[in-house]
Design a protein around this ligand. Sequence first.
Ligand SMILES: [Zn+2]
Length: 190
Amino acid sequence: MAGIRFSIDELAGRGLDIMYDPAETLVSERLGSQGHEGAGHEIHVRLRAERSGEMISVNGEISGHVTAVCSRCLGPVPIDVTSRFHLVLLPQHELPEESEDDEIELEPDDLDTAFYSGGVVNLEQHIWDQILLEIPMQPLCSPSCPGLQYDRSGLEEFEEIKREEARKNSPFAGLKDVWRSDQAGNSKNE
Ligand SMILES: [Zn+2]
């Protein structure tokens, strides 16, 4: 079976239960740059599809885990995937006619509505979108991740030179000593 595609004819009567366990290499391919290379992914999809006239109703559950990339250190970040969704699919010909001036306004409900054409329902895009939604915008391997580790000795040397120059060039460099001796003088007079 080619993934999560099915013909609406298969739904006649009692509907259809679908189990889909994509291969790790496919998960990795679909995650693209959001997936950590060489780290594990495991996804299980369970679907129940029912048909009422031309309307297809799908209840789905996605579980498993993927490994994302830490946005600071690029290390692996394990992400649990637990997602349930309900999707209503309508035949493509019921799409509102698109005119040049009117933009179709999406109602909130439309997020759970999709379309099929040619009597074939393909849930691939929806399923992968759901999985990608589980990955945070900026995944972190730990809240205190220090970021990429690199040799700081050169940087510290450079900063020390800059501090030294700032001390020499400061117009108040000499004043500070005057103020200090003044303070010392005051405390003696108390
Ligand atoms: Zn990290």
